[in-house]
Design a protein around this ligand. Structure first.
Ligand code: ADP
Length: 293
C-alpha cells in the first residue's frame, strides 16, 4: 500500500464570533469575542492525517487576500505538503460562524477560491495521486471537479473516500464510484431521505445506502459514535464518553484518522476486526477533539 494521502478540497479562513444572542434586524450587537483560525474541511482533514505522520498532500486554491498566506502556512506548519495549493485572484474561502451562548451555531460559508479549483489542478496532481494510497474529497469544491477528481484518483490507483459534506445533490455515479462514503447524521438523512434517530435506524439505512451504491459507508453519529458498512459487515462503535465543549471539526478529525488507517492497512485489510479497530481509533481521536476549543 502506498503510504501517502492526497486531499483535494477546501481551505477556509474561519471567523468565530461569540455572541450572547442573534442581533435583531438593524441592530449592531457587540460580540463577546472573536477567534480566527485556519479551517475548511479539506485542510482540516489534511492536517489531521499529517499529524498522524502520514505524508499528506493538499490540492486546492487560496486567494490573493490577507488570509491566503496564513492558510497555506498553517497547513505547512502542521506538516501538510502545500506544493499543490494554487493562488488565484480574489478572496480565499471563508467561514463565518456565529456561536451563540446557548450553544446554537449559525454559520455561513464564502466559497471564494475553493470554487476556482480546476480539472487542470487535478491533472497537475496526478504524479502525487499515483504515489498515494488514499485520496479524499469533500463537497466544498465544484461538483464537476469532485466528479472529475474521483475518476482521476481511481485511474491513479487510489482508494477514494468521499466525505459528502455539506450535503448537496451529487450525481449518483459520484456516490457509486467511491470506495468509502463518510457522512454525519444530517448528511445521511439528506442522502437516505430518512430520519436517522437511533443507532438501529442508522444500521438499517447504512445497509440500504451501501447496497444502493455498491460501496462502503460510514455514518458518524455525534456523541453516539459511528457505524460502518464494509463488504456486508456492519459495525457500530460508541464514541468515548467525554465532556464535549466544542464539536466543530470532529468529523474532519474522524476522516483524517480513517485516511491514516486505510493508508496503513489498505482496503483489503479492512475486515471485521480491522474495521472495529479503525472506528475505535477514529472515534477516540474525534471524541478527544470535542473536549478542546
Ligand atoms: P460532524 O463533525 O461532521 O458533524 P459528528 O458530529 O458525527 O460529525 O462527529 C464526528 C465524530 O466525533 C463522532 O463519530 C464521534 O466519534 C465524535 N464526537 C462528536 N461529538 C461528540 C461528543 N459530544 N462526545 C464524544 N464524541 C463526539
Amino acid at each position: 500500500m502506498n503510504k501517502k494521502i492526497t486531499v483535494i478540497g477546501s481551505l477556509n479562513y474561519d471567523v468565530i464570533l461569540k455572541i450572547p444572542r442573534l442581533p435583531f434586524k438593524g441592530e449592531t450587537l457587540t460580540a463577546n469575542g472573536a477567534t480566527f483560525s485556519a479551517g475548511g474541511k479539506g485542510a482540516n482533514q489534511a492536517v489531521q492525517a499529517a499529524k498522524l505522520k502520514t505524508p499528506t498532500y493538499m490540492v486546492g486554491c487560496v486567494g490573493t487576500d490577507a488570509s491566503a498566506d496564513f492558510l497555506v502556512n498553517t497547513a505547512k506548519e502542521y506538516g501538510v505538503n502545500v506544493d499543490y495549493i494554487r493562488k488565484v485572484p480574489g478572496s480565499s474561502g471563508m467561514g463565518v460562524i456565529n456561536a451563540v451562548e446557548d450553544g446554537s451555531v449559525y454559520a455561513c460559508i464564502v466559497r471564494g477560491a475553493n470554487f476556482e479549483v480546476t480539472k487542470e489542478d487535478v491533472d497537475n496532481a496526478m504524479p502525487i495521486l499515483k504515489e498515494s494510497g488514499v485520496c479524499i474529497l469533500q463537497n466544498e469544491i465544484p461538483v464537476e471537479i469532485i466528479a472529475y477528481a474521483i475518476d482521476k484518483a481511481k485511474e491513479a490507483g487510489c482508494t477514494v473516500v468521499l466525505n459528502a459534506a455539506p450535503a448537496i445533490e451529487l450525481p449518483e455515479e459520484c456516490l457509486s464510484k467511491v470506495d468509502i462514503l463518510v457522512v454525519n447524521e444530517v448528511e445521511a438523512e439528506f442522502y437516505c431521505h430518512e430520519k436517522i434517530d437511533s443507532v438501529e435506524k442508522a444500521k438499517t439505512e447504512i445497509k440500504k445506502m451501501a447496497e444502493k451504491y455498491n460501496n462502503n459507508v460510514i455514518f458518524t453519529l455525534g456523541k453516539d459514535g459511528a457505524v460502518a458498512y464494509e463488504n456486508g459487515t456492519i459495525e457500530f462503535i460508541p464514541a468515548m464518553k467525554v465532556d464535549a465543549i466544542e464539536t466543530t471539526g470532529a468529523g474532519d478529525t474522524f476522516c483524517g484518522c480513517v485516511l491514516h488507517y486505510i493508508c496503513e492497512h489498505g482496503m483489503e485489510g479492512l475486515e471485521e476486526e480491522n474495521l472495529k479497530e479503525m472506528l475505535t481509533f477514529a472515534n477516540a481521536a474525534a471524541s478527544v477533539i470535542t473536549t478542546r476549543k
